[in-house]
Design a binder for this molecule. Structure first.
Ligand code: NAI
Length: 509
């Protein structure tokens, strides 16, 4: 598997001097390569080089590079004006327009110019690497070298092998990305590669919750941020990415998987695109970004009285954190074993962590009318907010007792409509499900899937490691119940998760 990085003495060519090409050129130059930058827009390459040099100067001012290395890296960048000038390059990375025919034509043209050992890297984020390579005399020399934006800052690089890619070429690119200070992961050329595929449920489950009226955007965003530990909630993130871009990626992955329901786009996004509400860049998306507009506050349950009788049950992470937090708040409670997975009782209310059933269904199954569910939290001890839902059969007194208990433990509670899997749990379960399928289908390995999601989209934890921390059986139950509730193939459980549960193993193993 191992490969050697390209020698520092070798020349790297980057074609396309836009946001990505300029970033990649900067990374290669800082690593020590001579870099030729080419763009078919006259003046664009030199302009990008001037911009990179200014950027390097700023990094030196901040002490992240020495002034000498910033200057030297800047000098290693040279604008080219024809493909002929790239003849001596050992690696050509293209970051041009996202169009199959244009990318194919460019590589075909290059094949007649560069040497036989020159490696081709494409920065495409959505086009099949196999398809880009088709028609080349030597398709084995081409692989995806997929950087994330902004390339100088984001650590992840997906090294994507098409059907014809030579393993030695992928390994050289892997070792080279590593030498450039990046964290590469190997991926097979399949729709969305790793990150753009595995991330789909982050948006899709949020959109489904919104569509079903579980809560409003700011409440779901607050729950995902505060309890889930994600940097941004799905709606604020989609507004930042732009709905045109995000919707296009969703549609392309969905189409490429022959309309698999797993990736079904949301009508809500179609509406936003149709309306031209593309997010921050147009001043309006899920939120209003006009001057003076205020972000609506997340809904937070009004304060309820601390219940007289509190029992904390068992020692699951949520129960343990609840007991710790009550102790800190000097609230008296009893402790017992957990008989049926419950984590607490407050007055007549019985509290559980969601297993993917609605509270209403769980109440029916157990005969316990006053059932209250809480959502998953990345860290129950630290989260300031928790989502909860109550069974339709539960009394208001029971609901208030449960809220009073959670609030006494210091949690702000967002009460969601009784929707299966609440917000964080169903999102994490579906992220893990998708990552598990990617591993099961040999797109990548489990550490690669987790690293990709931590480094490519800044998730607080890799989805598979997270699912194992929650428990494979619990994730399996959540997905199974979501599938039963909706009757949709979307929630079918990855064979990898099923096998892990049958074997009593972790998913990661
Ligand atoms: P961009 O529009 O900022 O830059 C593209 C540049 O390529 C432009 O300067 C354009 O003049 C030049 N160009 C177009 N056709 C050319 C050709 N035939 N020969 C030479 N130059 C040509 O685009 P951006 O965002 O930098 O994306 C470039 C590639 O990177 C695309 O394949 C995109 O899918 C991919 N990508 C983009 C990411 C992003 O967040 N923007 C992230 C990861 C990949």
């Amino acid at each position: 598997m191992g490969g050697n990085a390209l020698p520092i003495s070798s020349t790297v060519a980057v074609i396309g001097a836009g946001a990505m090409g300029a970033g990649i050129a900067q990374v290669a130059a800082v690593a020590g390569h001579s870099v030729l930058l080419l763009d078919n827009r006259p003046g664009a390459a030199q302009q990008a080089i001037d911009g990179i040099r200014a950027q390097l100067g700023k990094l030196a001012d901040k002490g992240k590079l020495t002034a000498e290395s910033a200057r030297a890296a800047g000098e290693r960048l040279l604008a080219a004006s024809t493909t002929q000038e790239l003849a001596g390059a050992s690696l050509v990375v293209e970051a041009i327009v996202e169009n199959l025919d244009i990318k194919r034509a460019l590589f075909r043209e290059l094949e007649a110019i560069v040497g036989p050992d020159c490696i081709f890297g494409t920065n495409t984020s959505s086009i099949s690497v196999t398809a880009i390579g088709a028609g080349l005399q030597q398709p084995s020399r081409l692989a995806g070298l997929h950087f994330f934006n902004p390339a100088p800052l984001m650590a992840l690089v997906e090294v994507v092998s098409g059907l014809a890619t030579d393993a030695a070429v992928a390994n050289t690119l892997f070792a080279t990305a590593l030498a450039w200070g990046k964290t590469p992961v190997h991926a097979k050329s399949t729709p969305g590669f790793i990150v753009n595929r595995v991330a789909r449920p982050f948006y899709a489950e949020g959109l489904r919750l919104l569509n079903e009226g579980a809560a409003d955007c700011s409440t779901i965003d607050a729950v995902m941020r505060e309890a889930g530990g994600f940097r941004m909630g799905p709606f604020e993130l989609m507004d930042m990415i732009g709905h045109d871009v995000n919707f296009a990626v969703t549609r392309s992955v969905w189409n490429a998987f022959y309309n698999d329901q797993r990736f079904l786009p949301s009508l809500i996004q179609q509406e936003l695109v149709d309306a031209g509400f593309l997010g921050r860049k147009t001043g309006r998306g899920f939120y209003n970004y006009q001057d003076g507009a205020q972000r609506p506050l997340p809904s937070t349950a009004a304060a309820c009285a601390v219940p007289d009788q509190i029992v904390v049950c068992g020692n699951a992470p949520a129960a343990k954190a609840l007991a710790d937090r009550l102790q800190q708040a000097q609230i008296a409670f009893e402790q017992t074993e957990s008989i049926d997975g419950r984590i607490a009782q407050a007055g007549t209310a019985v509290l559980y962590v969601t297993d993917g059933r609605t509270a209403t269904k769980r109440a029916l199954d157990s005969g316990i009318a006053h059932t209250v569910l809480i959502d998953l939290a990345l860290d129950y001890g630290r989260t300031p907010r928790l989502a909860a839902s109550t069974a339709l059969q539960a009394s208001t007194d029971a609901r208030d007792a449960a809220l009073g208990l959670l609030q006494a433990a210091g949690w702000s509670v967002s009460l969601l409509k009784d929707t299966p899997g609440l917000a964080v749990m169903r999102t994490v379960a579906m992220l893990a499900n998708e990552a598990a399928d990617a591993v099961h289908q040999s797109v990548c390995d489990a550490p690669g899937a987790d690293a990709a999601m931590r480094l490519g989209v800044n998730y607080p934890c890799g989805p598979l490691a997270w699912a194992d921390a929650v428990g494979a059986a619990q994730i399996h139950a959540v997905l199974g119940h979501l599938g039963q509730f909706y009757g949709e193939d979307r929630y079918r459980i990855s064979p990898l998760i099923q096998q892990a549960v049958y074997a009593g193993r972790t998913i990661h193993a």
